[in-house]
Structures are given as C-alpha cells and as structure tokens.
Design a protein around this ligand. Structure first.
Ligand SMILES: *Cc1c(COP(=O)(O)O)cnc(C)c1O
Length: 469
C-alpha cells in the first residue's frame, strides 16, 4: 500500500469552501516558515479511500476475536464512549475555575469511591497514564513510607519469576534491587523461596493474583502476612482485574497498594498506545504519599506524576461502565470472564497441552512444547496461522516460565458460538500441522504482512517517511 504522500499529485485538492470574502491579514514575518509545509495533495474521495483501506488492515475487537492474554481485549459498550464524548466532559479545560467544573470533580470523587470499594483500598489517585506508570507511582508510595520512617536499609523488592515485565522494571526505576523468586510447579509463589529472601532489607513484594498463568494463589494471605512480618509492604499489580471484580478484593488479601488499568478492565479501548489510566489505590496509612493533583490542597509537598487530573475521559468511561453494570453486574462480568476462559480451555483440551491442568481464572496458558517436538512447529507458527482465520493471535512466549506459551483470555463479552468457533480453529490448526507442517510454517497466507523480522521491527522501526527530491 502506498503512503498518502506517495499518492499525492501536485496541485490536486478538494475545494469545499467558497472564495474568501474578508481582507487577507498576513502573519508577522517572524512567525512564517521559509518554505511551504510538505502536505499531500489529493482529492477528497482518495483521502477517504486511503483511510478506509488503512482501517481495513487493522484488527480490533470490532473486527473479530482478540484473545490476547493479560491484555483484556474486551468489547467496550458504546454508551461509555457516548458519555465520554459529552461536551461538558470532553470540552473542559484543565485550568477551568473549580466552581465551573463541579460535575467533573464529582466524577473523580465518585469513581474513586467505587474503585476503592472494588479494590478494598481507602484512597486513590488518577494521575498515572498507564499501568506501568501506576506501578511506578505505587512503588514510590512504598519508598516514601520507608524513607519517612528512616528505614533506609530496605533496598530490595521481591518479584516472582512469573511477573509481568513491567514489575521488575518499575522496582529498578524506583532505585530498588530486584530479587527474583522462582514459582512453585503449580505456577504460584513458592513459600520457602519467599521466606528465604525476606529480611530487614525487604522493601516490599510485587504480585499479581490471579497470577500471569491465570491461577489464583491460595496462599495469598500467608504470603502477605510473611512480607508484613518482615517489615515490607505488598504491592498488587491489578492491571487486569477482570477475574475478581466484586468477588475478592486485593485490600482483603493483605495488599497495601495497587494499580488498576482502567483501559483494560474498565471499558477504555486500548491497543494503539493510549490514552489509558493506571489508577493507584492505597490503604489509609499511605494516603499522605499519594501524588498531588492540581485540584488538591497542599500539593507542593507531594510527588508529581502527571499534569492535572490524569486522563480524565478514561475515568468518565470507567465510571459509566461501573454504574451501568451496577453492584450485581460487576461480579457477574468477572464470573462470566472466568466461565468463558474455563469453557474455552476445556474445548481446546485434547489438542495443544494445557500448561496447568486445573480451574483457571480469566485466562489460561497452552504449552506448545510437545507439539513442537512432534511437528517442528512452535508457538509462533501456531499463532501466525490463527491470523488466516481472522483471529488475533493470543499472547506468545509469556509468561516466561512456560517456554512455548500461548496465553488466551477470551473475556466475558464473547458468546458461546465464538468460543466454539475458536476451539474449532485451534483443532484445525493442530490437525493440519501434523500432516502438513510446512503449510502452518508458511502462515499467515492471507495477511498483508506475513512474518516481519520482529527484532528489527522493534529495535529499528522505520516510522518516518523522507521525501525524495
Ligand atoms: C498490561 C499489564 C501491565 C502494564 O500496563 P500498561 O498500561 O501497558 O503500562 C502491567 N502488569 C500486568 C499484569 C499487565 O497485564
């Protein structure tokens, strides 16, 4: 496909406005550029076709199934968009006088109250713009807490080997030494391994529960008790709350602070890089360390994470989502997410191996290792061939503790028909690979881009077009 600049024809344009009937008022010389900007020159219909063609090349939740594990690619109800688009929300200025934006203040307060209720926390900030940004903010709460008490010997953060990559990165960014602990064979925290590393140098533990293999750690109360006993604090990576909303609360599991990705669980579309919101909640004793927002008194003594009130419209969507589902709908959404994952897991069973053969939460992991031994086909090959069926591949090679991992998270918004179709697709790929591995290895056969050099694509992406003279 040609770039819009390459389609440009000098002098072509779409005139929709009539001739100017007021006097020409040139800008002062010093504000003018030396040459005209290089803009594509096209007819209106060609501009329209160009963007429509681009649109057709993208796979989103509205095009088809998108079981990208850990990412919660659920369908977001349109009403959330409609409300976020209301002029009174979308049209406000962050510096508007407080008494003109009382409704927005109410959105922040109410969403904070509901999300505290859902997470079991006492206070919340909406400043962080993403999950990783929220983690950074949350671990800074832990750091400020220890610093204020003069407890400077606490230099280490414990992170299990199944953790999302952002956890160790966050701990390191906050100046901590990362201590990795291995998981038990069932994918959960190995209590002996945890005991072995706890001590007076422990600042805290970062954990996701259910963990990244989709299993709820039954020892969670003992885990948080051990960390507290050693003087550390417990951080809950709640990027994905889809399995537990309204069912169990991180605050009740013994966690002291948490971030939640409103753009995963709470109805903001994501996948293209933002805007998101990593709401950070904490227990009352950490509240004094929360970042300042422009709307807060005493802001000058606080850490500053982001300007103003964060990505406010993400918050409007979250509040709309929570209030439309209500107290009954919130746990029901989680229960359906767990039901869908277990149903799909059992439908796929008998083809690719399950990494953990037990009841899962909102996601589960397939292990393609034995299939690879038999056919030479890897998790990557299987993922690529799913594209030919119009499905987004699952998460690949994560968590790292399963070497040929495919991680599926169907979410609650998919129907039984879609899940049955998905199981059929997996079975078809599985069978075809056994008799015709070359075909699967050559997939995708129908996609625009087939097998890009993934290292080059991430290390050296070419995203800038340079005009040729
Ligand atoms: C998505 C995710 C993150 C990071 O969130 P971003 O908004 O992408 O920064 C962190 N932890 C877990 C478990 C996640 O699934």
């Amino acid at each position: 496909m040609k770039l819009i600049f390459e389609k440009s024809v000098a002098g072509r344009h779409c005139d929709v406005l009539g001739k100017c009937d007021v006097d020409y008022a040139p800008l002062p010389e010093e504000f003018c550029r030396e040459s005209k900007p290089l803009l594509p020159e096209m007819s209106e219909v060609d501009v329209s076709r160009h963007y429509t063609e681009l649109n057709h090349r993208v796979h989103g939740v509205n095009c088809g199934f998108y079981p990208l594990g850990s990412c919660t690619m659920k369908y977001n109800p349109r009403v959330d968009e409609d409300i976020a688009g209301l002029k009174g929300f979308a049209g406000i200025h962050p510096l508007a006088p407080a008494d003109t934006v009382k409704g927005c203040r109410e959105v922040i307060d109410t969403a904070g109250k509901y999300l505290c209720e859902i997470s079991g926390m006492d206070a919340m900030t909406f400043q962080p713009a993403a999950g990783a940004h929220g983690e950074f903010t949350g671990v800074l709460l832990i750091k400020q807490y220890h610093d204020k008490r003069g407890d400077t010997a606490r230099t280490k953060i414990i992170v299990p080997d199944s953790a999302h990559g952002t956890n160790p990165a966050t701990a390191a960014m906050c100046g901590y030494k990362v201590v990795n602990i291995p998981s038990a064979p069932n994918g959960c925290v190995d209590l002996d391994a945890l005991r072995a590393v706890l001590g007076p140098d422990t600042a805290g533990l970062m954990l996701t529960n259910p963990n990244t293999v989709g299993i709820f750690d039954e020892n969670i109360l003992e885990i948080t008790r051990l960390v507290h006993e050693a003087g550390g604090l417990c951080y809950y990576d709640g990027a994905n709350l889809n399995a537990i909303m309204g069912v169990v609360r991180p605050g009740d599991m013994g966690f002291d602070c948490i971030h939640m990705n409103l753009h995963k669980t709470f109805a903001t579309p994501h996948g293209g890089g933002g805007p998101g919101a990593g709401a950070v909640g904490c227990k009352a004793f950490l509240k004094e360390f929360l970042p300042a927002s422009a709307l807060m008194d005493g802001a000058k003594d606080r850490i500053q994470i982001r300007s103003f009130a964060g990505n406010f419209l993400v918050l409007v969507r979250a509040l709309t989502y929570i209030t439309t589902l209500g107290k009954e709908g919130i746990p029901e959404a989680s229960q359906n997410a767990v039901l869908n994952a277990n149903y799909l897991m059992r439908q796929i069973e008998g083809t690719f191996d399950l990494a953990y053969d037990r009841i899962c939460m909102h996601e589960f992991v397939l292990d393609v290792a034995s299939y690879k031994k038999e056919t030479g086909l890897s998790a990557l090959d299987v993922a690529k061939s799913l594209i030919d069926y119009g499905m987004h591949p699952p998460t690949m090679y994560f968590p790292l503790i399963v070497h040929e991992a495919l991680m599926l998270e169907p979410t609650e918004t998919e129907t039984k028909e879609t899940l049955d179709w998905t199981a059929d697709v997996f079975r078809a790929v599985y069978e075809r690979g056994k008799v015709d591995p070359e075909y699967i290895h050559g997939s995708p056969h129908c996609a625009q881009i087939k097998r890009p050099d993934e290292v080059m694509a991430s290390r050296n992406p070419v995203v800038r077009w340079t005009p040729q003279e």
